[in-house]
Write a protein that binds this ligand. Structure first.
Ligand code: SF4
Ligand code: SF4
Length: 391
């Protein structure tokens, strides 16, 4: 049954389809793109692709609640926007390139949230990447479909990340509306590892006074590693000012508002952060546990202010070359198929010698100040890349 419904700004006059979740279908030609403008800690380049706006897993702390455009529809009305047949558009865009970085499927919503069972856009987009031999990765809190794992294993550098915040299933259910059970999340890690894929566990974010107990975090890491994870990523919850009111109410109902208000004294840009000493202490212990268990460790978007400037903490805490614990070279098209560029470890953020031939990408060079790239940049590089001998 279709319901006609006036939608807020950004929703147009689309019909709301009520099942399996209220959603609208839009035709989108939005472009693949690199990381967003702003302070960057991600070492590797990615081609970001978002088939859905809105996420029915609905973690209360998710920054999807702060995003503009169609995300407002989700925030105000719980309506997910689905980019109909977006896989075809992604395929067309990939065909316009001769140089590509690893894809990052659905960076701002969960790729395998419930609506994907109906439209399978995530699976179809993964297929567009791997059939061209371009790697792709995702982060999920949902069960990973078997077909997705089958597709990923056919591409050398593709991998998956699973977000696990707590071992306590009751608490997990309190933090989000849907998503895989704790047991299924660990099983995701095992299924990735058994398929021979790089398997990452993300404790991202850790919520102070709720999920930050040292012993429990160590146990979470132990169980993740025992399940097949070979890399751990962590961060501590930020409070975006635009979401602060709702979040404080939630913290109050969880009984941690008083302690959090004392801890969240640092402001960077438009968010509040836990005090730096607290954050460093948690990261020290986690890194120690990872070292003991023989897996690598990195942080996601963690900074400290030095003389008023945010400086990334990964330079102190990361034990891998790239944030996700896997070195994925840039891919260059040769004889109709994309191939990894030899000698490239994919760490563009720190790279000083762009043997790929794309000087702009080597952000470790002093003369390079730009850190976010567009499809147009990839097309420009594609026209001039002449380095097949590097492959
Ligand atoms: S699963 Fe990810 S994208 Fe979805 S609400 Fe939670 S944090 Fe946001
Ligand atoms: S050679 Fe350096 S700049 Fe070029 S893709 Fe690899 S890491 Fe990035």
């Amino acid at each position: 049954m279709m319901a006609q419904s006036p939608l807020p700004r950004g929703g147009g006059n689309h019909q709301v389809i009520p099942l399996p979740y209220p959603h609208i279908l839009v035709q989108s030609k939005k472009k693949l793109h690199g990381w967003w403008e702003g302070k960057r800690e991600c070492t590797s380049e990615r081609l970001l692709v978002n088939p859905y706006n809105g996420c029915s897993i609905n973690c209360f702390f998710c920054y999807v609640h702060a995003l503009p455009g169609y995300f407002r529809l989700f925030r105000e009305r719980g309506i997910i926007t689905v980019c109909k047949d977006f896989d075809k558009e992604v395929g067309r865009q990939l065909d316009s390139l001769r140089v590509a970085s690893c894809g990052y499927l659905s960076p701002v919503t969960d790729p395998f949230q419930g609506i994907d069972e109906r439209y399978s856009l995530s699976l179809k987009i993964i297929r567009e990447f791997v059939r061209r031999n371009i790697p792709i990765e995702f982060i999920t809190k949902a069960p990973i479909p078997k077909e997705a794992i089958e597709l990923l294993r056919s591409q050398k550098h593709s991998f998956g990340q699973v977000s696990i915040l707590t071992l306590d299933e009751g608490l997990r259910q309190n933090l989000m509306e849907e998503g895989a059970t704790t047991g299924e999340l660990f099983d995701n890690l095992t299924r990735l590892a058994r398929a021979g894929l790089h398997s990452v566990c993300r404790i991202d974010p850790i919520i102070p006074f709720l999920t930050d107990n040292d012993r429990e975090l160590a146990e979470l890491v132990r169980r993740a590693v025992g399940s097949g994870a070979n890399h751990i990523v962590a961060s501590i919850l930020d409070i975006p000012l635009s979401m602060a009111k709702g979040m404080w109410q939630r913290f109050s109902s969880l009984g941690i508002e008083y302690d959090l208000r004392k801890l969240y004294q640092e402001r960077m840009g438009n968010s509040l952060h836990a005090q730096i000493d607290y954050r460093k202490r948690v990261f020290d212990r986690l890194r120690e546990v990872c070292e003991r268990l023989g897996v690598t460790f990195a942080l996601c978007m963690e900074y400290e202010l030095r003389e008023g400037r945010p400086i990334g903490l990964n330079r102190v805490f990361m034990s891998s070359t790239n944030c996700e614990g896997i070195d994925i070279p840039i891919y260059v098209k040769r004889d109709g198929l994309f191939q990894p560029a030899g000698g490239c470890n994919g760490a563009c953020l720190t790279c000083k010698s762009p043997i790929c031939g794309i000087g702009e990408l080597a952000m470790g060079r002093e003369e390079n100040h730009r850190q976010s790239f567009t499809l147009q940049d990839y097309r420009r590089w594609s026209q001039r890349i002449e380095a097949p001998e590097l492959i």
